[in-house]
Ligand binder design. Structure first.
Ligand code: NAP
Length: 485
């Protein structure tokens, strides 16, 4: 039977197979960003609840790790099916708490399911090595085993799929998990608890706590039972977690911020570039880590590109993500709108020209007009800061070398895009860009089959692809001697 979104909207934490409230009884409000209306509450848990969740994960670990990879893949496959059977309800829940258009939420939920299926399969392909031995009477094995209890902390912009990339490989590898979803979008995270129970995961394998980020984070970092932290969020918080995790020398995977350049060369197909630009910029109202932060356009096509981008933004219908045809929802909160306004004011004070949008939308609340700013310059704040909103600053350049230098002039190294019709240039530029993800004549490149992850201050480790399970495994070298061979 098809379930409604309310079935997945749990106002409780999952610890050791039980749905529980915070010890203090306190709660956090969850607000629908499209309406500003309170949508529900979740427990405001802290250190004590997190400690219990970690203990429950530790208790569940030996039996889960001992299962064969095939046995672990079975509930993962059920989990995949349960997500797809309930795609619509889960998408509605996501849009109601996060604001993105329903079509994007459906896509995100589908992506979550795809990660689960991918890692259900990858878990069965965790191979070790037999290494040629330098000794005649000894043999060398390299084996892999699950690290133990892992903790996953996730952001509000992709509350379902960011968790899928962590939970699915962790569970497939034989780890157990404590999850802390973002406070603004906790229900899509808590829904994983409902789904995991229904798919038959034993109690304690998946635990979910909501509440005080600092308290939950501190317990996760300090607790020696947690062997790995996997985090997606801002570089600022990621750095704090890396430092705190060093006290107990945990493994860390970090998916952090970005400052994606989108380069358009004179020889590019400009219409294709504009299509790519729309998806690489305005998806999720510009609130993705791989969203274009800076358009770098060669002088010969600059005016043409700006004109076509402006025309394309006019077709983006802004509104409540639950309504048909909406292409851009609200921003997550008032703080996000203020940041966008500040960045636009900074740009215009330094000579930038608003050629589309530039202000709050007539719908009010946190809706903002899709915006394009021509005449962007390197002293403007969005050269170095993540915009996280629907604003396209368009910079101009003359030469290929200049474009590469401008693109790399940031401490971030997550995603970048470039458009060219010249194959030689495609290789030169690709090799010159210091980024973990590169789209060549493509503006949307994430897929479960490929390794996702940033370089420089954008992160450590990869999610998805063959590589995505490796961070949940410890390698062991075993030397077997005295064989008398
Ligand atoms: P954020 O403020 O860093 O928060 C992310 C998560 O960390 C939330 O669950 C948050 O909890 C928690 N948190 C905050 N302070 C913490 C602390 N001291 N200890 C432990 N946990 C803490 O980031 P955000 O604003 O939600 O997300 C946007 C950022 O994520 C952007 O920079 C974006 O680029 C990045 N991002 C990166 C990727 C990627 O794959 N590289 C993907 C998506 C997003 P609360 O919600 O309770 O504060």
């Amino acid at each position: 039977m098809l379930k409604k979104f309310s079935h997945f909207q749990r106002e409780a934490n999952l610890i050791g197979g039980k749905w529980v409230q915070a010890d203090s009884g306190q709660t956090l409000d969850v607000v629908n960003p499209a309406t500003g209306v309170k949508f529900g509450v979740v427990p405001k848990s802290g250190r004590a609840e997190t400690r219990r969740a970690i203990a429950a994960a530790q208790e569940a670990f030996p039996a889960w790790a001992k299962r064969s990879a095939l046995e672990r893949s079975k509930p993962l496959r059920k989990l995949h099916d349960a997500i797809m059977d309930n795609q619509e309800a889960l998408a509605e829940l996501l849009t109601l708490e996060q604001g993105k258009p329903l079509a994007e939420s459906r896509g995100e939920v589908g992506m979550s399911a795809a990660y689960v299926l991918w890692f259900a399969e990858e878990g069965r392909r965790v191979y070790g090595d037999i290494v040629p031995s330098p000794w005649a009477d000894r043999r060398i094995l390299v084996t892999k085993e699950p690290v133990g209890v892992i903790a996953a902390i996730t952001p509000w912009n992709f509350p379902s799929s960011m968790l899928a990339r962590k939970l699915a490989p962790a569970l497939a590898a034989g780890c157990t998990a404590v999850v802390k979803p973002a406070s603004q979008t906790p229900y899509s995270g808590l829904a994983w608890g409902v789904l995991a129970e229904e798919a038959g995961f034993p109690a304690g394998v998946v635990n979910i706590v909501t509440g005080s980020a600092a308290e939950i984070g501190d317990e996760i970092c300090a607790n020696p039972l947690v062997k790995k932290i996997t985090f997606t969020g801002s570089t600022e918080v990621g750095k704090v977690l890396i430092q705190k995790a060093s006290v107990t020398v945990k493994k860390v995977s970090m998916e952090l911020g970005g400052n994606a350049p989108f380069i358009v060369f004179d020889d590019a197909d400009v219409d294709r570039a504009v299509d790519g630009a729309i998806v690489a910029k305005y998806r999720n109202s510009g609130q993705t880590c791989v969203c274009t932060n800076r358009f770098l356009v060669q002088s010969g096509v600059y005016d043409k590109f700006v004109e076509k981008l402006v025309a394309a933004t006019a077709s983006l219908k802004v509104g409540n993500g639950m309504e048909d045809g909406v292409k851009q929802g609200p921003l997550i909160d008032e703080g996000a709108v203020c940041k966008v306004e500040e960045l636009i004011a900074d740009a215009t004070s330094k000579g930038g020209k608003v050629v589309a949008g530039g202000a709050r939308h007539v719908l009010g609340g946190t809706f903002f007009q899709p915006t394009v700013i021509a005449g962007a310059k390197s002293d403007m704040r969005f050269s170095t800061e993540e915009i996280f909103g629907p604003v396209s600053p368009v910079f101009s350049f003359d030469t290929e070398d200049e474009a590469i230098a401008m693109a790399n002039a940031t401490e971030y190294g997550l995603a970048c895009y470039f458009y060219t019709g010249d194959l030689g240039r495609a290789f030169r530029v690709m090799e010159g860009l210091k980024y973990g993800l590169i789209g060549v004549n493509e503006g949307l490149i994430t897929t479960v089959e490929a390794p996702f992850g940033g370089l420089k201050e954008s992160g450590l480790g990869k999610e998805g692809g063959r590589e995505g399970i490796l961070d949940y495994l410890d390698g062991k070298y075993v030397c077997i001697g005295g064989l008398g061979l």
